[in-house]
Write a protein that binds this ligand. Sequence first.
Ligand code: ZN
Length: 631
Amino acid sequence: MTAVPGESELERLVARSRLIGADPTLVLYGGGNTSTKLTEVDHLGRERRVIRIKGSGSDLGTVTVSDFPGLWLDELLPLRERAAMSDEEMVAYLTRCLVEPDSARPSIETLLHAFLPATHVDHVHADAICSLANAPDPGAAVREALGEEVAVVRYLRPGFELSRRVAELADARAVVLAHHGLVTWGDTHEQSLGLTLELVGQARGYLGLVEEAGVEEPEPDGALVERFLVRLRGCLSGERRVVLATERAQQSLADRPDAEQVAAMRSTPDHMLRIGARSCVLGLDADARAAVESHGEPPRAFLVPGFGGVAAGPDAGAARARLEIAGHTGASVAATLDRFGGASWLSAQEVYEFENWPLELYKLTLAPRPPELAGHVALVTGAASGIGRDVAADLAGRGAHLVLADIDERGLEAVCAGLPLAVSVPGDLTDEEVVDRCVHTAVARFGGLDAVVLNAGIAATGALETLDEDDWERSLDVNLSGQFRLTRRALGVLREQGIGGSLVYVASKNAFAPGAGFGPYSVAKAGLVQLMRIAALEGGRHGIRANAVNPDAIFDGSKLWSEELRRERAAAHGIGVDELEAFYAGRSLLGRPVTGSDVAEAVAFLVSDRSRATTGAVIPVDGGVPAAFPR
Ligand code: ZN
């Protein structure tokens, strides 16, 4: 194999780790670990042997030098003489051996690496190795597939005892940990990594694994899939909302006659931490609530016959990661069943002990506290500029997943590119097909919908006496009828989902205090407030809230305020165009300009559960205009 690059031994360890981490068939998301033994100078200037090992919870694919805490080997090795050591005792001991006292917590498998005499040690949960390690007789399967020189250790939870057992096998070529993974070593980086790749290749060959060309499955009925996903999301979202990720490529797993057997185990215990001890097999037309309730712990991964794989997570990234883990674990288990006609796995007691193991649960505590709207899915229309853009940025900052819609495709792309969890749906919202696509995208990408901010709108002016019929129709169509169609479509999904929801209508101060010559706009916005009230009346018993915000005179970044509109309004008020912004600010009670982020703040309140007891309300965001006080 080609040389592992790097200036120092530590850099080469990082490079080797990243090579392993880049291959999802070897390790996934924080799984596996690597180490190198080297000489360093201590705080007294003495040269001492040190082991550098991956810190607990860091990901091999993205590790850097600082993810490898060092431990003094001469302080670790005397532990080999001990007969036993509890996990707590071991962790406390390891902490005292750190080269840098404030470094990351070293891997739970540190002693396993330290006790092996080889300079470099790698540990992976490769799918193909796990397929052997979960055979009905793991020892026989490994001997037959990898040869007599590869030793097998019976399942033990990582810790002191397992480290001692593996150390006793240092004369072997490598060690397979039953129901867990592979340990290889070597005098050089290349030897250890090369042996991992060689054994994994041998295992794949033995299992008869070939790269599967994706089979084209017929597309299931879109409406059926949509109903399935929103119902599932609804019954998985308790105190916290979850987001769903889907993968059609897992349909071959889901369609297996033994799908229940595949779902009942994992390829390696590490995966249980992320996706639970077993997946839920659930038909597209099955009763999701009954299946979820009978599962015990809320399931995180699903096999859906006729569709594929689904995973739930606190955000889209976590759901996607869980889905990927479920795909690898499922493929590995399926390979075991196909090759050996059966499988062996941890006992129920061992599963329970692993899932409730404080040392592994520690990994999960490293995650930061989720933001206010984590797991929420919001659709924002008119998001390419002005208020819509500010609302989108604000909701994104609170952790919401976003579907953004606007007729301005390029503007929308620019907004979307700057937000982490946003997808765009360009199009004219007076087109029912575009409305449908917006709502469907929320379900297809994130599993459901929690809030809609109905913000798209156009300014339309003209005195009634001379008003063109088309201008009137266009204003009503964009500012009112399009909003009705979106309301209708969203209400259906929110009711089906069964966990309430929030509709926020961006109306206008003009709804209550119209301006002469501003008829088409003012009439439509007044209708929008009435539409909101009806939605509140009809949605209430399903926990669906509807409220409006009435902004006024927001110029910043707004497309609404075209040059023509500015000229017209300035003329209507008998002032110059450049006096317009100051005029609007000055006529309000607070005498201050109003910005898009002021509106976004009110919208966020109405979207969030902080306004859980409020529906049918109008919040003015206009600096205070007495004529427009809600009534
Ligand atoms: Zn492991």
